[in-house]
Design a protein around this ligand. Structure first.
Ligand code: DX5
Ligand code: ZN
Length: 242
């Protein structure tokens, strides 16, 4: 019964997310890496009340990146606490091994890195099979062309705008050509994948990434550090284009 209820919940979230006209709206994803972990429950409420569209959940294994964050048990708790879309960003060496478990633990979207050791098409397949939406993430040194062949099979491309590993780093302006190229390629192919950017997003950089063609904006230190999270969310989601 609980499982059934969970599935219905998941379907409702997916339907809302996958509506075509809704899909390319600007969305704000708050990175819980910057939340007060001792107060996670109230931080999640704060995100919901501030109009955050997605909860971004950074998983780091200490091997793919140096840092270690949180994993499946924490995701299960977060899932019980919210109906927000959960956007899991796997910075791990072998995403194929864990894709199904993260989907079952409550992820709606799972981003994995092209630079990981798993075969990308196998991971995409595993994520879909498990009922979540696959997204392909690329580190700053990986060129736009590397994702082209996967575009028909994924729902989102995650372009890192900092080196993955830590919150609070400076935005890499030179990633904008990559965003532009990927957006052009998505359009030319008649696809409708989202482009997510992650790292250094704030009220100053948000306009630049949207102008380049990104529509899902992850933000950690800016959103959680803002006095008024709702205002900060509105600032980065604003449809203003440079
Ligand atoms: C970095 C993470 C990001 C991070 C962003 O490896 O993937 O999601 O939390 O944090 P800010 O917005 O502080 O750059
Ligand atoms: Zn992330």
């Amino acid at each position: 019964m609980y499982e059934k209820l969970q599935n219905t919940d998941r379907q409702r979230r997916m339907t809302v997310y996958s509506g075509r006209s809704d899909k390319l709206k600007n969305k704000a994803a708050a990175s819980v890496l910057s939340a007060d972990m001792l107060e996670l429950g109230s931080e999640i409420k704060r995100m919901e009340q501030s109009g955050v569209d997605m909860l971004h959940f950074d998983v780091m294994d200490g091997i793919f990146v140096n840092n270690i964050t949180f994993g499946l048990p924490v995701l299960e708790l977060v899932r019980k606490a919210t109906v927000m879309t959960i956007d899991v960003h796997l910075m791990i060496t072998d995403p194929l091994k864990y894709a199904e478990r993260f989907a079952k633990a409550g992820a709606d979207i799972i981003s994995f890195h092209l630079e990981s050791e798993s075969e990308p098409m196998a991971v995409i397949e595993a994520i879909r099979q498990a009922g979540a939406r696959p997204a392909l993430a690329v580190k700053p040194a990986t060129p736009a062309e590397a994702v082209y062949e996967y575009l028909p099979y994924i729902d989102m491309v995650l372009v890192m705008t900092v080196e993955p590993g830590f919150g609070g780093q400076s935005f890499m302006y030179d990633m904008m050509d990559k965003v532009r190229l990927i957006r052009e390629r998505i359009r030319a192919a008649g696809l409708s994948a989202d482009i997510e950017v992650d790292g250094g997003i704030n009220d100053k950089t948000a306009g630049i990434v949207k102008e380049a063609g990104a529509n899902v904006l992850v933000s950690g230190s800016y959103l959680f550090g803002a006095k008024d999270m709702k205002k900060a969310v509105n600032k980065i989601k604003d449809d203003f284009r440079c």
